[in-house]
Design a protein around this ligand. Sequence first.
Ligand code: GLY
Length: 362
Amino acid sequence: MIETQILVDLDERSYPVVVGNALFAKIGTIARGLPSTRGRKAALVTDSNVAPLHAATVTASLEQAGYEVHLIVVPAGEASKSMEEVTRVCRELHRAGLDRGSFVAALGGGVVGDLAGFCAAIFNRGIPFLQIPTTIVSLVDSSVGGKTGVNLAEGKNLLGAFHQPAAVIGDIDALKTLPKRAYREGFAEIIKHGAIRDRGMLDDLSRFRDSLEGIDALIVRNVGIKAAIVKEDERETTGTRALLNFGHTIGHGIESAASGELLHGEAISLGIKAALGLSVAKAGLPRAEADQVIDLLRDFELPLRLDARFSVDQILVKLERDKKFVDGAIRFVLLRALGDAFVSKDVTRDDIAREVHHLFDV
Ligand code: GLY
């Protein structure tokens, strides 16, 4: 593919998202060309799955560009999104002698990006960072937009900061090494983008189930959706960015209740199904349009049913602690039609409980 750049247009915090092939070997050159990453030292934060695959290439590229690189590897998995890991990584940054002229490079999926980005946001009151996403979820969603943070036992992403990266560098070749399950979970976020903003994208999405042919254009299309929404509402204050939470209110409750057994996109698949049910009931979404989305989730072998390991109450408890509640009321993203999303204040706890119940139906 020809390298594509999408600008996330945020005045003085603007940055490029570069999407293309063989980019890991160019990271050093790209970093040298950015105004905020020209210092001497860099920390490359990655996880135990990604490190053996890509850390050497990225490190070599940074070293060739004259950076002194300190590698920090965290355990793979959502459990690393914790304050304990933040403390450990920040202490390593300090011991390695990073200062305000240094930067952090986050190489991995959403967990690494959120964790390393949060460390960059708070270390020395904030140093620059690069997002180097290696999964579909992180390429199309979490690496773009500056949300960083970690979980508390009480709920997901309850601690965090907005800290925009200096650049996002997405090497499509990384997708070739993704396990099937990790590849497919990413489509929950792509399907979400289609449902809220780009219904045309949903039409021939299934062809990506087993083929990477044309995936570059699909990634660019999704980054464009995300960048446009972030430009409109960087800090989620007007309601536009909140549309990206479609499927995430119930989805995050399920993800917390699953304690690591479900990948993010798998929990979001269940959350999207429930949000579609609520959209049919409360916002007039035609049933056929809801079914089109559910069929796509099924095509990517994403879960659509909860089993007896879960209970409605357990999910509701997790969900009520979600930060999407304001003064005890939930702002819930619904669809009037595919591509036409809005934030509703009319969804009650009982409505949510009913949809969560339906997720247990056979
Ligand atoms: N992943 C949702 C957002 O970035 O706002």
